[in-house]
Design a protein around this ligand. Structure first.
Ligand SMILES: Cc1cc2nc3c(=O)[nH]c(=O)nc-3n(C[C@H](O)[C@H](O)[C@H](O)COP(=O)(O)OP(=O)(O)OC[C@H]3O[C@@H](n4cnc5c(N)ncnc54)[C@H](O)[C@@H]3O)c2cc1C
Length: 375
């Protein structure tokens, strides 16, 4: 019997656990380690901030879900991996010590590196967690006049919620934006194409921003934030009254001395999602060093690929399932400007873009179905 250890209980970890449990769960021990007993459905956080869903709608009891799958859950955090001995040091309520593995899946997500932008912690909001999203929502509720800026810091790899927040603000402050008492601006560190991994959706997105009276600014790599002002490397100084930014992303620094990460601590893998230079180890989701935005559907697909390849290895075969890096996402503009984008980051010839109110509904329906299926 092999011990399969999954580190992380987000999209990547949960989907890997589901697939492994379904195919080899009765023959092998599957264990998932994560610090939080709850799974958060991150794509629902913008809706949470704007009061369209409640916290319990977008959180799942991870421990109960894993129990149903026959997967052992350990509340804890990976502190260090010892690849030669195939053991992982864990610190947590359920275990303070080491656990061994035969196969390892790294699904650790990203770290929010707010320290890279001085003043972020004191002066900016983000919505990358339930509490943070609710706090931002409360500030929006109390906002009556002035300029709101939403945007990406350099190395923030998440453009979708930035766009969705801008559209939700435009809907909330429709009258105030018409009479000029409220202004909503979006800032990107580079071009829109760069934010979306090279996909050219600027025509459609810019038209949608304009129709919603949202102004958009490119090439503003935010360097520093002070009270009510952002400053960039290029000398921009922009005043605002409320600020919501996605901070820079980094991987996990405790993996650095294993020699498996890039300069931002993301894990290098091959097309089979196998970690370079580390035996019997796979990585999936935001922790992976692939280019472009980091999105849930990528984590899900990578987890499916990694699980299939572990099953192959358990059966004495070489990994054969391959991952293809593409974007398939919906930007919900709360109305007819919603956009569906399907783009091949590794193959620019794959490009499909569709627009219409339907896509906002489709995202709501897909998200609700995903949450129900995983409860
Ligand atoms: C506001 C918001 C909106 C989004 N909207 C969309 C969208 O519309 N469409 C889309 O496709 N994607 C969207 N995303 C992106 C998507 O949520 C992520 O790509 C996805 O969550 C990545 O899954 P993951 O499993 O890699 O990481 P996560 O879901 O972040 O999970 C990481 C897991 O690792 C655990 N962990 C961390 N450190 C350790 C440690 N040391 N030891 C053990 N466990 C650890 C964490 O607790 C967590 O359980 C959005 C994200 C946010 C924040």
């Amino acid at each position: 019997m092999a011990n399969i250890l999954i580190l992380g209980g987000g999209f990547g970890g949960l989907v890997a656990a589901e697939h492994l449990a379904a195919s080899v769960g009765s023959d092998h021990q599957i264990t998932l380690v994560a610090p939080n007993r709850k799974f958060t459905f991150y794509p629902g956080l913008v809706q949470l901030a704007f009061g369209r869903v409640d916290p319990e709608d977008i959180t799942i009891d991870l421990e109960a879900k894993l129990r149903d799958l026959g997967v052992r859950y350990i509340q804890g955090e990976m502190i260090h991996i010892h690849p030669v001995r195939r053991r992982v040091e864990i610190a947590g309520e359920d275990l303070n010590g080491e656990i061994g593995y035969d196969y390892l899946v790294l699904a650790l997500g990203r770290r929010l590196a707010t320290e890279k932008v001085p003043g972020f912690f004191e002066n900016a909001q983000h919505l990358l967690g339930v509490k943070a999203a609710m706090k931002f929502g409360k500030l929006v509720d109390d906002f009556h006049e002035g300029r709101i800026i939403v945007g990406l810091c350099p190395d923030a790899r998440l453009p979708v919620p930035v766009c969705e927040t801008a559209f939700a603000l435009a809907r909330r402050f429709e009258d105030e934006m018409k009479d000029g008492t409220v202004r909503v601006s979006v800032v990107f560190p580079e071009s829109l194409e760069a934010a979306f991994g090279g996909a050219s959706l600027h025509k459609e997105l810019e038209a949608a921003f304009e129709r919603n009276r949202i102004d958009v600014h490119y090439d503003i790599p935010i360097r520093e934030i002070s009270f009510n002002q952002i400053r960039s490397d290029q000398g921009h100084e922009i005043d605002c009254d409320l600020l919501m930014l996605v901070p820079p992303f980094r991987g996990n620094a405790s993996l650095r001395d294993l020699g498996i990460t890039d300069e931002s601590d993301f894990v290098k893998v091959n097309g089979f999602m196998r970690v370079h230079e580390m035996d019997r180890t796979y990585a999936v989701g935001d922790i992976v060093a692939f280019s472009g935005p980091k999105l849930a559907h990528m984590a899900v697909r990578q987890a499916e690929v990694a699980a299939a390849n572990i099953v192959s290895e358990l059966n004495g075969k070489a990994p054969e399932s391959e991952y293809y890096h593409e974007i398939a996402t919906i930007i919900d503009a709360v109305g007819p400007d919603s956009i569906y984008l399907h783009y091949g980051i590794w193959d620019e010839s794959l490009y499909r873009l569709k627009k219409g109110r339907f896509w906002g509904w489709a995202k709501d329906a897909h998200d609700a179905m995903w949450r129900t299926r995983h409860r």
